[in-house]
Write a protein that binds this ligand. Structure first.
Ligand SMILES: Nc1ncnc2c1ncn2[C@@H]1O[C@H](COP(=O)(O)OP(=O)(O)OP(=O)(O)O)[C@@H](O)[C@H]1O
Length: 461
């Protein structure tokens, strides 16, 4: 079926240019010169894409974007902005515009924008699993409120072309989130290229990102495609973007702004159509304040900020995550995948996972290697001491003086810490007349954590 594009612009010349270009692409067009005309056009016929100017005689394009977001959430809308008005473009993207195009309109860029927007209206996979059978197909495991919110944000952002900056601790799943934004969007069939900006040597970075032509420097034996070109039509994920040297930040900003790259040693600019996603575990605003990250690049890549929660904030996802990890690492074991004992699961609940899901994967892999049978026990997890020992230790002075000398811990840290823990908990229990709920409160740990510790320290009878 022929698709329809609603054009909203008060300049007849622009409307005409858009109408001609779009009808040459085999599309129907509808035109409106004002916000109210646009509203009645939307009521009359279901469009597949809306292109709107920013300044309209009876309002502005942002209110149209907001109205469409509210009343026609499946209709992609792109904003036409004046050249150089980055702020407007960013406001439009934040309001939910799919993309923007600047005046004077470049027809090639217009065609690219329209095709990817229409792929988006065609795209039916947003609620189901991604259709690609790529081995790297990402999955966001978990059902806690924070993960469900994140999942909704991913689905929403997948429909936009706006740059998204993903922030979260190491190993928390930032790359998984970036892959999902790609997989659920109109670029799913094209490449997803992830690059760790902290891992590329500074002298190779330009050639890695933008490519080089043969002979442009010693060692450039043949032409090489850069990562931007490899991601053309798809998504480029700049991981640890805060680690980009300042000189590269300038070049990256240029590539994003111009939507073009120039390979090292090349004379020509090559147009590229890439969605930029970025991530860092650092606070990018602090990096800007410290002068290590360019302010202008920050505004370009940070249009939308997405926070990935740490594993500590979603400990209730531990069973589901562990089950998925264990079935991956022990799938071939006779008798089926490994399982976790209740004690092991409790022990995990009391750990603070500074390395997040990646650390959980490592802990389970090691535990699986160490465990005797198919069931992983708490001792296989090899947690040295829980995080709460620090809060317990801080209450130590009020409760009981440690009877042990520091040297006694050398070579025997675990037993030493357990001894301190035993003393603190015993003192707290005594103070609370063996009321476990009050004891847990006094120590600043959960009841569950106290129960686990009492069992571990054999204080529970
Ligand atoms: N919600 C999740 N569901 C399933 N697997 C997850 C989830 N979150 C993270 N993982 C897994 O944890 C590991 C680390 O995830 P990922 O590489 O996305 O983290 P990251 O935040 O990008 O890490 P880094 O900061 O080191 O770049 C991966 O193996 C990933 O598959």
């Amino acid at each position: 079926m022929t698709q329809t594009v609603l054009i909203v612009d008060d300049e007849p010349a622009i409307r005409e240019l858009l109408e001609i270009t779009l009808s040459r692409m085999g599309l129907n067009t509808q035109s409106a010169a004002t916000l109210s005309e646009a509203q009645s056009a939307l009521r009359q016929e279901q469009a597949d894409l809306c292109l709107t100017d920013m300044r309209l005689p009876d309002g502005n394009g942002i209110s149209l974007v907001e109205l469409i977001q509210r009343d026609y959430p499946n209709l992609p809308v792109a904003m036409i902005t004046a050249h150089g008005s980055v702020e407007t473009a960013i406001t439009a993207l934040k309001a939910g515009a799919f993309d923007f195009i600047t005046k004077p309109i470049e027809l090639e860029r217009l065609r690219t924008l329209v095709s990817s927007a229409l792929r988006l209206s065609d795209y039916s996979g947003t609620d189901g699993e991604p259709s690609s059978d790529d081995a790297k197909t990402a999955q966001l495991i978990g059902n806690t409120a924070v993960i469900n919110t994140l999942r909704q944000q991913i689905h929403k952002l997948a429909r936009s072309q706006a740059p998204v900056h993903i922030h979260g601790e190491s190993g928390s799943g930032k790359e998984v989130v970036a892959r999902l934004i790609h997989q659920h969007g109109p670029r799913a069939e094209a490449a997803f290229i992830a690059v760790n900006c902290g891992a590329i040597p500074a002298e190779l970075m330009e050639s890695e990102l933008f490519g080089h032509v043969k002979g442009s420097f010693t060692g450039a034996a043949k032409d090489k495609l850069g990562l931007f070109q490899s991601a053309n039509g798809g998504t480029l994920f700049l991981d640890e973007v805060a680690d980009l040297p300042l000189a590269m930040q300038v070049k990256l900003l240029r590539a994003i702004q111009e939507k073009a790259v120039r390979p090292v040693g090349g004379n020509e600019e090559l147009a590229i159509d890439v969605r930029i996603l970025s991530a860092t575990h650092k606070n990018l605003a602090d990096e800007v304040a410290a002068g290590r990250f360019r302010n202008d690049l920050y505004y370009r890549i940070h249009v939308i900020d997405l926070q990935v929660p740490s594993l500590r904030e979603r400990l209730d996802d531990l069973p589901a995550l562990s089950e998925a990890i264990l079935s991956r690492i022990s799938a071939d074991s006779p008798g089926g995948p490994a399982t976790l004992s209740n004690c092991a699961l409790e022990a995990m609940h009391n750990y603070h996972f500074p390395g997040n899901v990646r650390e959980l994967e490592n802990i389970l892999e090691r535990a699986w290697a160490l465990s005797e049978g198919r069931q992983i026990e708490a001792s296989d997890l090899q947690f040295a001491s829980g995080p709460s020992s620090s809060s317990a230790a801080s209450s130590l002075s009020n409760l009981a003086a440690p009877a042990l000398a520091i040297e006694e811990a050398f070579g025997n840290l675990e037993a030493y810490l357990e001894d301190i823990e035993r003393q603190v908990i015993s003192a707290a229990l005594e103070q609370c007349r063996w009321n476990k709920t009050a004891t847990a409160k006094l120590l600043g740990i959960s009841f569950r954590s106290l129960r686990y510790r009492l069992q571990k320290l054999q204080l529970d009878d």
